[in-house]
Write a protein that binds this ligand. Structure first.
Ligand SMILES: *[C@@H]1O[C@H](CO)[C@@H](O)[C@H](O)[C@H]1NC(C)=O
Ligand SMILES: *[C@@H]1O[C@H](CO)[C@@H](O)[C@H](O)[C@H]1NC(C)=O
Ligand SMILES: *[C@@H]1O[C@H](CO)[C@@H](O)[C@H](O)[C@H]1NC(C)=O
Ligand SMILES: *[C@@H]1O[C@H](CO)[C@@H](O)[C@H](O)[C@H]1NC(C)=O
Length: 551
């Protein structure tokens, strides 16, 4: 078992450490489409003082990756602790309990272990992937909360240059003039704060999941956040052109942006664009402004944790479902295996472990106004190991003293409770993570790698390349990220029997992260020509981790 160090116990706090460890509540914050564009991840433009403050008291993973860079598959993967090949959800059209296996979810596990579990905003992807119920009653003690103003997200509420209202991509708004005079994430924050007060009153252990919708498009956010990002300060992506050696199967044509009225008016050519430079800056500006907006809401939520007297016994985990391309490689949105689409922020605040246990009533997370202050306190611990969101389930179990779910056999469709990830607690720095790992917990001797995948309907970018339905998938791109490189190989895939044909290669990508951090210089042909050992791109070994059959 992992041992809690004595470090950080507040004066006079004499409780046996492991008792504390055991009873921790969990506040699980998931932000939609947020890449690590945060001060605490070294971004010098983005203002995220409240998330940075959380980071300063947390263990902050520098290299955390989603298993598939699109909402529903990523969420079902990390919430069940299984890879997409085991949930068999690569699109938005099935419910794992009916389609793959009756898997116990992360919140369900906490519920079954005596926690009140609650979902606010977007945790499961709503609709078919969670059976139109957010997997209630299995995962949650009470029905999930969805903000009522979410229904206006795609309606004509954005003021255009012509003074009329449009369904635009870029949509800074006067909140008072919005339908219901609010926005979804504001409502979710209010509901989460109300639930924190309620659980405090009834004295129950809780697992509260809060899912923010921004910076997911459309960028509908309070217009005052634009002031933090003057357009003249916004740069383009360092590599705004589609790389010449990018296999066409790897490219995603970002259809969801093209369909917005303001983007459609640009008459962009399909599939490669490009987006005019002034509009690229506007997209980046609104993405960053949306992050600062979410940051203030996270600040209010954490401040409410203080006010409810819960910061000393609540674990806070902060992450995102996947990243987002901001013009890198001429791409936008998620829908790819690139670093910008798969890498996510991931941090764990564990009282008594990553920060001293505060006295009840002490302010741990005072609200920081991004307009007046932009503290850039660095993260508390910064493990560099490659870790995966599929490992959240065993990690949170270990951190709260619950039994770690067993490792899944392959295949594991018939097993309700197991995990395809590995607890990340072994990578917590020893100053916060247990006296020099003395305890029985040993670091795995192998260097961890992160594994992501993305499906395509064919080799040439088409209208459905971003998000093909299961029956249209013909190619699956499997990607390994090691500390040194990313290798992605696109194999033939049969959606009728979920088999991968490893002899049918539709494209390969190899990027060395040190010399090519933006992943623009594809060296895969050097593998084919034998300049590098084929072991470098030996995805097949990694495929054996998942539940897909190999031909
Ligand atoms: C699936 O799991 C749930 C929760 O563990 C259980 O209530 C239900 O009966 C199971 N369904 C089937 C078909 O086994
Ligand atoms: C999914 O929802 C339907 C309709 O409400 C219900 O009949 C079915 O039992 C649900 N599936 C599971 C596995 O609970
Ligand atoms: C914009 O850039 C200028 C010049 O680098 C800098 O002085 C200013 O602080 C920046 N403004 C903001 C809001 O970041
Ligand atoms: C886009 O095409 C329409 C119709 O052909 C034209 O009226 C409009 O001026 C074009 N817009 C741009 C930005 O080129």
């Amino acid at each position: 078992m992992f041992l809690l160090p004595q470090l950080g116990l507040a004066d006079g706090a004499q409780r046996p450490a492991h008792d504390f460890h055991k009873g921790l509540n969990v506040l699980f914050v998931v932000v939609d489409d947020l890449r690590p564009a945060l001060g605490s991840y070294g971004d010098s433009l983005v203002r995220s003082p409240n998330i940075d403050q959380l980071a300063s008291k947390s263990v902050v993973f520098q290299n955390a990756f989603a298993q598939q860079a699109v909402c529903a598959p990523s969420r079902v993967s990390f919430l069940t602790g299984r890879r997409p090949d085991s949930t068999r959800l690569y699109d938005f059209n099935s419910y794992w309990r009916m389609h793959a296996g009756n898997y116990t979810t992360l919140p369900q596990y906490f519920k079954e272990n005596g926690y009140i579990t609650m979902s606010v905003g977007k945790i499961f992807h709503p609709g078919i992937p969670s059976n139109h119920s957010d997997d209630y009653p299995y995962s949650w003690s009470i029905p999930a909360f969805h903000p009522s103003s979410e229904k206006y997200e795609n309606t004509q509420v954005c003021k255009g240059k012509d003074g009329k209202l449009h369904a635009n991509l870029i949509c800074p708004v006067d909140v008072a003039k919005m339908p219901e005079a609010t926005l979804p994430d504001i409502q979710s924050t209010e509901e989460a704060i109300r639930l924190l007060k309620t659980v405090k009153r009834i004295k129950k252990k809780f697992f509260l999941a809060v899912g923010y919708h921004k910076p997911h498009i459309p960028f509908r956010y309070p217009q005052k956040f634009l002031k933090l990002y003057p357009l003249e300060n916004i740069t383009l992506a360092p590599d705004p052109a589609v790389p010449k050696e990018l296999p066409s199967v790897a490219y995603n044509p970002w259809m969801d942006l093209r369909r917005r009225e303001d983007v459609a008016a640009l008459n962009l050519s399909f599939p490669y664009g490009p987006v005019p430079e002034h509009f690229q800056r506007k997209i980046r500006q609104s993405y960053f402004a949306s992050i600062s907006y979410v940051d203030t809401l996270v600040g209010k939520l954490l401040n409410a944790l203080d006010e409810a007297g819960l910061s000393h016994n609540t674990l806070v985990v902060f992450t995102a479902d996947h990243g987002w391309s901001l013009g890198e490689h001429g791409e936008w949105a998620k829908y790819s295996n690139f670093e910008v689409a798969t890498r996510v922020p991931l941090m764990f605040f564990v009282p008594g472990m990553t920060a001293p246990i505060s006295d009840p009533g002490q302010k741990v997370f005072p609200f920081i106004d991004p307009f007046t202050q932009n503290s850039r306190s660095g993260p508390q611990g910064k493990p560099k190991e490659m870790v995966e969101l599929v490992s959240l389930f065993p990690t949170l179990a270990e951190l709260t003293g619950l039994k770690i779910p067993p490792t899944c056999p392959q295949p594991s469709f018939h097993i309700p409770l197991c995990s395809e990830g590995k607890s990340m607690v072994q990578y917590f720095p020893s100053s916060s993570g247990g006296q020099e790992n003395h305890g029985t917990e040993q670091k795995d001797s192998e260097t961890p790698v992160a594994f992501s995948q993305y499906p395509r309907p064919g080799d040439i970018p088409a209208q459905n390349s971003d998000l093909p339905s299961l029956q249209d998938i013909r190619v699956m791109g499997y990607s390994i990220r090691t500390p040194d490189y990313r290798c992605t190989v696109w194999f033939g895939f049969n959606p009728n029997n979920f088999t991968v044909n490893v002899k049918d290669i539709h494209g390969g990508e190899l990027y060395f992260e040190k010399s090519d951090p933006h992943e623009d210089h594809n060296r895969y042909k050097d593998v084919v020509h034998g300049f590098f050992t084929p072991k470098l791109c030996n995805i097949i070994d990694y495929l054996k981790l998942g539940s897909t059959s190999i031909q």
